[in-house]
Design a protein around this ligand. Sequence first.
Ligand SMILES: Nc1ncnc2c1ncn2[C@@H]1O[C@H](COP(=O)(O)OP(=O)(O)O)[C@@H](O)[C@H]1O
Ligand SMILES: N[C@@H](CCC(=O)OP(=O)(O)O)C(=O)O
Length: 369
Amino acid sequence: MQFKYHKITVKVGSNVLAKADGTLNVARIAHLVDQISLLHKNGVEVVLVSSGAVAAGRAVLEPEHKLDAVSQRQLWAALGQVKLISRYSDFFQEDGMVCAQVLTTKENFSSRRHYLNMKNCFTTLLENKVIPIVNENDTISVTELMFTDNDELSGLIASMVDSEALIILSNVDGVYTAPPGNENAKLIQKVGIDDDEPENAISGHHSEFGRGGMLTKFRIAKKLANDGVGVHLANGFKDNVLVNILAGKDVPHTWFEPAEKSASGVKKWIAYSDGFAKAKVVVNAGAASALKSEKAVSLLPVGIVTIENEFKKGDLIRIVDESGETIGLGKAQYSSDKVESEKRSEKQKALVHYDYLYMEKTTNGKHED
Ligand SMILES: Nc1ncnc2c1ncn2[C@@H]1O[C@H](COP(=O)(O)OP(=O)(O)O)[C@@H](O)[C@H]1O
Ligand SMILES: N[C@@H](CCC(=O)OP(=O)(O)O)C(=O)O
């Protein structure tokens, strides 16, 4: 069988995997595993990002005393992850395949070194024909340093492992022109690079076990597509949905068309490290428009208006324009206390070199890791 991609990341939401009573939908997991096995046996490398631990843990045990929300989630996640991964492991084994568990936290992506360690782990697993099954480590990930949800995590993973596409399987066919259930709601089949309009139709509603809802899916999908990775948002309840999408069959779903470019390794890390920026650097209109242009432009100190917070050499900094809008992220070549002296120097050294600069919408990679 011929498939359109050779490497994909698949993200499956809690609602696809858990039944309303909190028990795992075993038949659905088995079917998902069979599809992944078939793809793998036909030369498609797959990384699976699976939610469902918290949902699955609920049916295992009711705590003796009422717990606070954080402890409750920790308990359910710890109990449910075991259930979830053992199901996957059994079904993959039946198909003659091997899977592995990778639990991670947002902090594991915070520095370039951490990021490359993660990347190496996936490379090793894939080279050894293992299916990595990824989830956030919900037992210890309880602070503001949590991922918004597994959609955010799947975007990061898809970008990091150089997937050609991310397939998000949820409980709806895709993005609709109005919240599903609304009689005027129509499925949007294709979202182009500059097509931001559908975002306005998305309500904050998410299903019982879901965390981020459709909004994070949409934003992550747009970001990935902009970086050259196509995204398919489809219904995980439909039989053979994954195989049919990869076989190019006519499956009703939403496709985010990718840009014809791909970001370099280091820019990919910067692109998804938003939450780790140490400081905000405000640039003037001239610098903003130069940076946004199609040319490879570095950020010179002369264009800097103000700096909020201190930073050291190597820290990530957020670059904003004078209206406060973020235009990019970059790695500082020197610390904040050197910016003023650099401004006065005859041969100014760029604060952020182009190779270490990620622009929100105009990235075009220049060099690899
Ligand atoms: N315009 C829209 N199109 C599609 N889904 C939407 C829209 N607005 C809100 N949603 C909601 O987003 C939900 C999917 O998000 P979520 O519950 O987080 O799923 P998952 O568990 O798969 O991550 C849908 O069930 C739907 O109710
Ligand atoms: N890490 C959590 C999933 C959180 C989450 O993002 O859920 P979902 O929105 O259903 O993908 C779990 O395994 O229960």
